[in-house]
Design a binder for this molecule. Structure first.
Ligand SMILES: [Fe+2]
Ligand SMILES: [Fe+2]
Ligand SMILES: [Fe+2]
Length: 298
């Protein structure tokens, strides 16, 4: 595979931004609530503008005309394909989807930056920072809704959501392990099932110490995309390295999402969510260490 050139990376990023704008546009057209609709319409404008900015500033940096076509599937960078056909999302759900998309994009561009150096690296780091900023803007809306009691995301509801997120992650690793033929990868994935079940139990226990009010019986949103990669290939010949890379992405996603939520709450609830974010981050770090060691040995 030939290495990704800066100009091609820029073209791919522009395609990703266009895909993000289309994604938000679809969600806007599927919403009848005027507040939700106008929120998504704002996001369409933000992403369209973002794409133009990347094209304008990026072409200046590389000093040449960018390739005509993207070489990677851009649709997974700043969208959650599973939500594409959702209709009439509630405002909180809409905010959740957008927060996830923005943080996912921030992670993607931060990783992309590391493939380059100099000005190009700085550029993609800046793109990543602007995605984080989009995320913060949305968090601000959610925070205000929570503060004023308009949100369905009470801390009790969030505790329930987190428990279900962890259980879904355990099922995700379980399903991967079952299909996997490589014994080392299989045993790593089985270990991850136990880790996620433990997380769910931890959240249940810790959640009781936070003043949550009642913890509802069900999650109020689709939780399956939080602690797993949005679209994961599931070949039966999954190697250990691929399993580690999938798990690493899943853990980082969860960490970022929990941290985003922690910024939307205050005091004890915020501390609890931050603590859970750290747990996910620690986890991601140990997987990353393993992966680095493996790659160095190879
Ligand atoms: Fe973007
Ligand atoms: Fe964005
Ligand atoms: Fe977890």
């Amino acid at each position: 595979m030939s290495p990704l050139t800066p100009s091609q990376a820029l073209r791919n990023a522009i395609a990703a931004e266009a895909a993000a704008a289309r994604f938000y546009e679809t969600l806007a057209s599927r919403s009848s609530d005027p507040e939700v609709r106008s929120f998504f319409e704002t996001m369409v404008r933000v992403e369209a503008e973002h794409g133009r900015e990347i094209e304008h500033l990026g072409s200046k940096i590389v000093g040449q005309v960018l390739p005509a076509f993207a070489t990677t599937d851009a649709s997974g960078v700043e969208t959650l394909p599973a939500w594409k056909s959702a209709e009439n999302l509630g405002f909180d759900e809409a905010l959740h989807v957008a927060v996830m998309c923005e943080h996912q994009a921030a992670m993607h561009y931060a990783d992309l930056a590391e493939l380059f150096d100099g000005e190009v690296r700085e550029f993609f780091r800046a793109v990543s920072a602007s995605e984080s900023q989009h995320g913060s803007m949305i968090e601000g809306v959610l925070r205000e809704r929570i503060r004023t009691g308009q949100s369905t995301f009470t801390i009790g509801q969030v505790v329930r959501n987190l428990i279900e997120i962890e259980r879904a992650a355990a099922r995700f690793y379980g399903a991967l392990a079952k299909r996997c033929l490589n014994p080392r990868a299989k045993s790593f994935l089985q270990g991850m099932v136990e880790v996620e079940e433990l997380h769910a139990a931890q959240i249940e226990a810790l959640g009781r110490d936070v003043e949550t009010g009642e913890i509802p019986e069900h999650a109020n949103l689709e939780v399956k995309d939080v602690e797993m990669p949005p679209s994961w290939p599931a070949p039966i010949h999954l190697r250990l390295e691929t399993s580690l890379a999938l798990a690493l992405e899943a853990e980082r996603r969860a960490g970022r999402y929990y941290r985003a939520l922690s910024r939307c709450f205050s005091r004890q609830a915020a501390d609890f969510l931050e603590h859970m974010a750290e747990t996910e981050d620690d986890h991601a770090r140990s997987i990353e260490d393993l992966l680095t060691r493996m790659r160095a040995d190879a």
